[in-house]
Design a protein around this ligand. Structure first.
Ligand SMILES: [Zn+2]
Ligand SMILES: [Zn+2]
Length: 275
């Protein structure tokens, strides 16, 4: 019988990974108004991929000129085009998620995205507290999803991200379709009117996460940021770059909390090897 790591199952998994964007796109036919859904998909893709790829381009331009590269001077050109295409496909998966709440809003139906807190009967304090808890829950999901993707059975869905051993900001979202779905599915929560998200805070966090991801993958450690950011519990370029060069440590994607709790940092592994 085939094991999860057998070539047959691996080929099926790779085939499913390639097919997934088409399945998610075809799912729009199930919407009560497919034309609205597909229009929203196009808008969402342009709104997500445009700024993301442009931002990655600017960050890469600066990072590739830095003399503070963590892995030293490149011995061969960075795989920028591969990473950009992979990121564009991940953006398509994210847009397939965003099209659902966007179409709901376009058709005048309530969603979980609110602009006016008073009208929703919520206070700023309550929303901020709710958001902080949400950030911790999402960070836990990102960490454990990443740990699971490093198991023998599931690494097939994550290996694309590790093709970029010495990454550029374009690699920040260069993940396969299954991993993209596992990362971006929380966008669907916006379809639930009771799951309130305050638009200014939500979009600020999304932009912050994208900028953090550019820094994590820029291949450069900026002294000022590396001195301050770790104190906030957030991930840094120096920390995440080790994940790309060593693969089995430093799994945190937004924060380093779970790596500390589970002793999966490089320094924890080094200490346990000494014992
Ligand atoms: Zn990475
Ligand atoms: Zn990984």
């Amino acid at each position: 019988m085939a094991t999860p790591s057998s070539p047959t199952i691996r080929h099926v998994a790779e085939g499913f990974d390639k097919l997934l964007p088409f399945l998610l796109t075809a799912a729009g036919l199930l919407h009560p108004s497919p034309s609205t859904w597909y229009a929203c998909l196009a808008v969402a893709f342009v709104a997500i991929a445009g700024p993301l790829l442009a931002g990655a381009g600017v960050a890469t331009w600066f990072a590739e000129r830095s003399t503070r590269r963590i892995q030293g001077p490149r011995t061969k050109p960075a795989a920028i085009l591969d990473a950009a295409l992979e990121s564009a496909r991940a953006c398509w998966v994210a847009a397939c998620m965003a099209a659902w709440p966007l179409a709901q809003w376009r058709l005048g139906q309530p969603t979980g995205m609110i602009l006016d807190l008073d009208a929703a009967g919520l206070s700023v304090g309550m929303v901020v507290l709710q958001t902080i808890l949400g950030v911790f829950v999402v960070d836990a999901w990102l960490y454990w999803k990443h740990r699971l993707l490093h198991t023998r059975a599931l690494f097939v869905f994550h290996k694309k991200h590790h093709a970029f051993r010495d990454p550029t900001p374009f690699a920040g979202f260069a993940v396969g379709p299954v991993e993209s779905l596992l990362t971006f599915w929380p966008i669907l929560l916006l379809c639930i009117p009771a799951a309130t998200h305050w638009a200014p805070l939500y979009f600020a966090l999304v932009v912050g996460f994208i900028c953090l991801n550019f820094y994590l993958h820029c291949g450069v450690a900026l002294r000022a940021l590396e001195a301050v950011v770790p104190k906030t519990g957030l991930n840094t370029s120096a920390f995440h770059n080790i994940h790309h060069s060593h693969a089995v440590v430093n799994f945190g994607e937004a924060m380093t909390l779970w790596d500390r709790l589970c002793k999966t940092r490089l320094e924890d592994q080094a200490k346990s090897a000494e014992v």
